[in-house]
Design a protein around this ligand. Structure first.
Ligand SMILES: [Zn+2]
Ligand SMILES: [Zn+2]
Length: 264
């Protein structure tokens, strides 16, 4: 499935004319869970997410369930005739218990990553009563089946491996998630921004902590920051408040914009 081209007018305003052509500002939320994540509300269906994102005024979203891409295709199909770009994604939990948002240029690459991750997940069964249900849906919000394997666990894959597979092999973008959180984050696990991982973008949950984070970790100054909702409930999807400047309205364009290192 190729990324959606500019076949219709997005709400995105033209920001300025860059060397490569017209640059567009897209309102984004690149961290949204569906009802496949056991911790997410069952109302997080493909159509509910797409329609709420449009109501909120977003131009681009990413579907990022824990260790799975099984609802990405349905969400993409639900948005097919809408003014909303859906980027295939997944929130991987690494062996170090670090959450990493993985974004892909197309659905095929996302499924390749899903195969990698499924081969590295421990074979624990989901206990719906304890963790919640893991619903796989079609583009009309019908439940096709439930994922039996518990998704909310660490895969036996290191963060270095995730970056190598996603960034190099699959031409996607790995983004350490909610680095300012006290659990399941790069900084809570390592205490530093590691030198041996090629990080071009991080996600910060609370924007007001950004200056302090940069003070403690100066390397962050040259790294793109994104501020996504990590929505598990419809009402938590971001408002039209965070923007990425792209030269092409498709997944590749967004990934390219977030892969570029910033200069001081
Ligand atoms: Zn997370
Ligand atoms: Zn999340």
């Amino acid at each position: 499935m190729k990324g959606k081209k500019t076949s219709y007018a997005f709400k995105a305003g033209i920001a300025f004319i860059g060397k490569s052509g017209v640059i567009l500002r897209l309102a984004y939320d690149l961290h949204i869970h569906t009802a496949l994540s056991p911790c997410a509300d069952n109302d997080m269906t493909p159509n509910n997410i797409v329609n709420m994102s449009i109501l909120k005024g977003l131009d681009v979203i990413a579907i990022t369930d824990h260790n799975s891409c099984a609802n990405v295709e349905a969400c993409t199909a639900a948005a097919a005739d809408k003014q909303l770009l859906v980027i295939p994604g997944m929130e991987v939990e690494t062996a170090e218990e670090i959450h990493v948002i993985c974004l892909f240029p197309d659905f095929g690459k996302a499924m390749e990553m899903q195969n990698w991750i499924y081969s590295r997940l421990p074979a624990y069964k989901n206990n719906e009563g304890v963790f919640g249900s893991q619903l796989i849906m079609d583009w009309q919000d019908n439940i096709i089946r439930k994922e039996d394997r518990l998704l909310l666990v660490s895969a036996t894959i290191t963060i270095n491996e995730v970056f190598r597979i996603v960034n190099q092999q699959l031409k996607g973008l790995a983004v350490p998630a909610h680095i300012d959180r006290q659990a399941n984050s790069l900084i809570s696990s390592f205490g530093v921004i590691p030198e041996d991982i090629d990080i071009s973008c991080v996600e910060i949950r609370n924007r007001s902590r950004e200056a302090l984070l940069e003070e403690h970790h100066p390397k962050l100054k040259n790294i793109n920051k994104i501020y996504s909702s990590d929505a598990h409930y419809l009402g938590n999807i971001s408002e039209r408040q965070n923007f990425v400047e792209v030269d092409e309205i498709n997944a590749e364009g967004v990934l390219r914009a977030l892969s570029v290192y910033r200069e001081d």
